[in-house]
Design a binder for this molecule. Structure first.
Ligand SMILES: [Fe+2]
Ligand SMILES: [Fe+2]
Length: 165
């Protein structure tokens, strides 16, 4: 990072890089969880859920890109090996072994709730210390909050549909 850009940090960049790399691992695993979920899913309203899952997977990949760029800007290296994602992830990975619509929705809702906590923590850590990371975490947090809402409203629609059948 440039000298003035480093000067305005009130925190050890290594501390931010560690947290950002953990979020980076989460984003890749979330990206794949959505992507593979959209392939194997079965059950009612499948088509509209697939559209949402694909949209979310694209968002998670975009988040991984944003987070990687900030890691590099801070002088760090984004995790280079997929096997290391598991070592650093906060939220883990849930394989969609049960391919039924509600099972996949629930797994991803759980993932989004974890992601919301991750970015909230990142914002708390960077507040008044690293404005750029703070702003980045806020941007991503807005998406994750929207993701949770999208999935919960789909789960609600399925529940209503099954009740009125
Ligand atoms: Fe994300
Ligand atoms: Fe998300």
């Amino acid at each position: 990072m440039g000298t003035k850009g480093t000067e305005i940090l009130n925190i050890d960049p290594k501390q931010m890089i560690t947290l950002l790399n953990k979020a980076f691992a989460d984003e890749w695993l979330a990206y794949f969880q959505y992507w593979i979920g959209a392939k194997v899913i079965k059950g009612p309203m499948k088509e509209s859920i697939i559209t949402e899952l694909i949209q979310h997977s694209a968002d998670e990949l975009r988040h991984a890109d944003l987070v990687a760029n900030r890691i590099i800007q801070l002088g760090g290296i984004p995790i280079l090996k997929p096997e290391d994602w598991y070592k650093h992830t906060n939220c883990g990975y849930d394989a969609p072994e049960d391919e039924y619509v509600t099972a996949i929705l629930n797994q991803n809702i759980k993932g989004e709730q974890c992601a919301i906590g991750v970015y909230q923590k990142l914002m708390e850590t960077s507040k008044d210390k690293d404005m750029i990371t703070y702003n980045l975490a806020l941007q991503i947090l807005e998406d994750e909050v929207e993701h949770e809402e999208d999935l919960q409203s789909l789960a609600e629609d399925i529940e209503l549909m099954l009740k009125h059948n």
